[in-house]
Every structure is written in C-alpha cells, then in structure tokens.
Design a protein around this ligand. Structure first.
Ligand SMILES: [Zn+2]
Length: 64
C-alpha cells in the first residue's frame, strides 16, 4: 500500500511537508494507457502541487 507521502516523494524526489489522500486521476497514462493516480502535496509552505503517477509504468507528471 503506497502512502500519500511516499507517492509524492516518488514524483517529487523529496518527501513533502504534507500530502493529501491519493485519488484516482480519472485519466489514462500517456505512455501505456493504464490507470493514473494523483496526490496533492506541499513541497514547501508556499506551494501546493498535484502529482500524477501511473500505476503500471514509471510515468509521472505534476501540474506545475
Ligand atoms: Zn503508464
């Protein structure tokens, strides 16, 4: 079971200050077409980012 903090760290490369619940992004991965999950997190006090991560391949993206 992936935690929100771990998922955010996978995408960001560093552990976030805070992370919200993991959600289904309701989109398909542009690389492999599989399901994509999303997590909102705060990498710093002034920034809120939504990260997207494929469940099947290494693809990830953020809304920065
Ligand atoms: Zn994929």
């Amino acid at each position: 079971m992936v935690t929100p903090e771990h998922l955010a760290k996978l995408v960001e490369g560093e552990a976030p200050m805070e992370a919200e619940e993991i959600e289904d992004a309701e989109m398909d991965c542009p690389e492999c077409g599989e399901n994509v999950i999303s997590v909102g997190y705060m990498p710093s006090v002034t920034e809120f980012v939504t990260a997207y991560k494929c469940q099947e391949c290494p693809w990830s993206d953020t809304d920065r």
